[in-house]
Design a protein around this ligand. Sequence first.
Ligand code: BES
Ligand code: MN
Ligand code: ZN
Length: 500
Amino acid sequence: MLNISFYQKSHDSKAAIAFICFENLLLSEEAQAFDQAHGGFLKRALDNNRFKGKKNETLMLTPPSDARSSRIVLLGLGKAEHLTIETLQHAGGTLVTALRPTPDTAVEIHAGSLAANRHKASDVAAHMAFGAQLRHWRFDKYRTTEEADKKPALQSLAVLLPEADLAHKTYEPLEQVAHGVCLARSLISEPPNVLYPASYAERLQELKSLGVKVEILGQEDLEKLGMNALLGVAQGSIREAKVVVLQWMNGPKDQKPLAFVGKGVTFDTGGISLKPSSGMGDMKYDMGGSAIVAGLIRALAGRKAKVNAVGVLGLVENMPSGSAQRPGDVVKSMSGQTIEIIDTDAEGRLVLADALWYAQDRFKPELMIDLATLTGAITFTFGNHYAGLFSNNDPLCAQLTKAGESVGECLWRLPLGEKYDREINSDIADVKNLGPRGKGGSITAAQFLLRFVNNVPWAHLDIAGVTWSEKGLPIADKGATGYGVQLLNQFVLEHYESKG
Ligand code: BES
Ligand code: MN
Ligand code: ZN
């Protein structure tokens, strides 16, 4: 993690200097002071460059010889009146990206008393730092021969502003959210030979140190509970299935918990309905939903949120073998409903059917939200920029959509209804695990889940398109994004936390 601090004045005269600029705008007060102290250096640089201060625009300069700093970066924020939390986070991330190729180990952002568009200076500072922290994270534990001068050098970032103390207070809980996002990203990035249900469950024990209750259910427990839909998916693998239950119960005693349920397929080969080999390695991130749940609980516990929240993670590996489930099989789910398996590659819904039923049956939650890399079809619909939202509850949808917008993790609702529900009726069992091929695949998958929520207010987030970024994002290195942790943290914070 980046070492983040907030000061009123510079502490490190050798650190790289970042000045913030709004679009078409002159230099900030500090930048002007610097300019005057160095003979109009910045003004000349601006005159000779195309830098306009647009969003995510940077200008890197070598300082004049009388300055001690290694580098000067001008960082664009776009139009002041359009400034959003997302823009600020992106600016922090963009700064980290700009410094990547340099040997600089420290940077100071001169933020002044930068308040704009209803944002207090302290919020501006905290969210830039948060964005930088998120962009700084990188999965490098398996790189053993990377040359030292190719590794990112940056270690610390300070934001300088008069309201440094307030900014620090604002940032503290955000750092815990960053820990949650980065936990999710590391779990998602782990290769599937390292992260499988048992090792994954073991890894989650580390949450105990924050006061999270961690329970691991194994084969026998799951059999006793009758989770045969989940167990059916796992039966082709030599890796035993696990269900991990995380409890963060720090809210009022009489508050029903919020339940978060995650698909945790540590590798999805498709099973007997085998996937094509090209790109199959991507299916290590098919446990993304469960990782987001773990990351959320990490964030809530880290910032000691006054809320009751439980996470239920269904962990399995979907493999083809002599013991694997067949297309044509019928399994009896924990709910009692029987399921005809049409395609063993539509396994996520089978895992979630039992995990959702278990969550509502045991915890009688206020609401349930599940996250899953459930369908390839959702990527046809939204590409990589929105997650699909499905729900039986309008107010819940509105709350989630708004929380997502405010943190830049957008959701878009798709319909559910009887006409789709009919399409998953089976000829020989209560329900089948596949609707008509190539038609509304994300919707019929969600419709299947709805049969296992027992009328609890519920939302399903299909995150198959947003969990992994091929190219990287302003606040995420390429690979696992952690999409969903911030959104759900914001949702809990706005609507379900007792304050004070
Ligand atoms: N894990 C996949 C969905 C997926 C695809 C996630 C691409 C991330 C990226 C899911 O289990 C799956 O295999 N879905 C099938 C459903 C099909 C059998 C109806 C799909 O989307 O092709
Ligand atoms: Mn699958
Ligand atoms: Zn899958």
